[in-house]
Write a protein that binds this ligand. Structure first.
Ligand SMILES: [Zn+2]
Length: 446
């Protein structure tokens, strides 16, 4: 046993430095592809793209000579489309395949099912997700270490909420809460933290930052799925929101708030919040304010199936219907005032809906051209990710196909700008998926 351990240590000790020092980083050359670069709404002419290590090194209309070495992989694109990996700006990696009750249950089980879902997420062509609540730090680390395939995760950690606010999934039997007393199960697993004063908000914010949060998420108003928060309510006081903003900004990053109503949005902005999640009940004056202050709108074209998933006659169903009706008008305001608009899905507790991730993106064509929708889910979402500043866990350019950018790429069998429906069937149409220069799927015919 001891001998075997020594042998293992020796092998690891020898091979890792040898690989790192003597071999050039692996390279991939995509030959004869047309490029959607994430910024311009049309494909390039026939091109060739060299990936070395985890970056796009060269893009050329002329063939790129290769050294013919075994570490260089040649992909015959056959005129297919090379585009940036997709980005979902509002995701909950830990809360897709579990039920709400399970999400407070066995942590090991929850991480395993979230891992399986993360692999599926990557296989749908989503190479990055911005996670807006849930204990994702372990999952993120495991993916980054190569334990399992999955997207890059920009984690918020626990959602921070007030007593009875959106994200407070405790039961009435959990009341009253004693400040400084025992944590609820929801808080112990890191799904959401309750904070009812600026001091408590500061502590909870700093705890998420300590664990590696790339941004902080607070719920500034009521929500649909929470049992005890009406949609119209405003929750945190301005001073409480500002406590989170100060702590996040001192740490070099920013706060995003869940907010539907004009009051919740405006109070967030007054406190220094940079990103409004949802915003579906906003009015014209609020849209104008967001435009003036350069505040991001992180929106989701929630599918009707999500609304219909709540039982008829339930409080949640009524709330969902109210919010759902606001999606169209909010997109119209976002266009009218040219708001910086990110796209996300906010799928919760539904593996079936998660499988529609591409279709939810394609549904944006109710308000945007296919090119605009694809630009939003690539370079625009990447701009939002960059707000994390020095707390960006993946420094480098995402969401674009350009020299020097990180190599998160999809090879699409067809032209997704001409036919955005292609992204609804990733198993068939995404013939190659690359993240960080590494190929995770390759069904290109040889
Ligand atoms: Zn959400």
């Amino acid at each position: 046993m001891i001998a075997r351990s020594i042998a293992f240590v020796l092998l690891c000790g020898l091979t890792a430095p040898l690989n790192a020092q003597t071999l050039p980083p692996a390279a991939t050359v995509f030959q004869n592809v047309r490029i959607f670069d994430g910024k311009v709404g049309q494909l390039s002419g026939p091109s060739h793209v060299l990936i070395r290590g985890n970056k796009i090194e060269r893009i050329s209309t002329d063939p790129i000579p290769t050294d013919g070495s075994a570490t260089t992989m040649l992909i015959d694109g056959g005129g297919r489309t090379l585009m940036p990996g997709l980005i979902d700006a509002h995701w909950h990696a830990m809360l897709i395949r579990v039920t709400p009750a399970q999400s407070f249950g066995d942590v090991g089980y929850n991480n395993l099912v979230a891992g399986a879902e993360a692999t599926d997420t990557l296989m749908r062509g989503f190479t990055t997700v911005r996670d807006l609540g849930g204990p994702t730090f372990g999952l993120k680390a495991a993916i980054d270490e190569g334990v399992l395939p999955g997207p890059r995760i920009y984690p918020s950690g626990a959602v921070i909420t007030v007593t009875s606010g959106h994200g407070d999934f405790r039961q009435l039997t959990d009341l009253p809460r004693t400040i400084g007393g025992m944590l609820s199960r929801m808080e112990q697993v890191g799904g959401a933290m309750v904070a009812d004063s600026p001091d408590e908000v500061r502590v909870r914010t700093r705890e998420q930052l300590m664990q590696g949060a790339s941004q902080i998420k607070l719920t500034a108003g009521g929500g649909v799925s929470s049992p005890f928060s009406p949609v119209d309510v405003t929750t945190f006081t301005e001073a409480e929101l500002r406590a989170a903003v100060e702590a996040a900004e001192n740490w070099g990053t920013y706060v995003a708030t869940h907010a539907f109503t004009p009051t919740a949005i405006q109070r967030s902005i007054a406190a220094g919040v940079k990103v409004i999640e949802h915003g579906m009940l906003m009015d014209e004056a609020t849209a104008k304010l967001m435009a003036e202050k350069g505040i991001w709108l992180s929106m989701q074209p929630i599918p009707e199936a999500l609304v219909l998933g709540f039982p008829v006659g339930s409080v949640q169903r009524a709330k969902a219907e109210e919010v759902w009706l606001g999606i169209g008008p909010t997109y119209e305001l976002a266009k009218k005032y040219k708001l910086k608009t990110a796209w996300g899905t906010d799928v919760l507790f539904s593996r079936a809906l998660a499988q529609q991730q591409g279709a939810i993106l394609a549904s944006l064509t109710r308000w945007y051209t296919p090119a605009e929708a694809l630009i939003m889910a690539t370079s625009t979402n990447a701009e939002l990710l960059a707000l994390s500043g020095k707390r960006n866990p993946y420094p480098g350019k995402l969401g674009v196909v350009e020299e020097g950018a990180l190599a998160d790429l999809l090879l699409v069998d067809g032209d997704p700008i001409a036919n955005i429906k292609l992204i609804e069937d990733p198993a068939k149409n995404f013939v190659l998926i690359m993240k960080d220069g590494k190929i995770y799927k390759n069904t290109v015919p040889r």
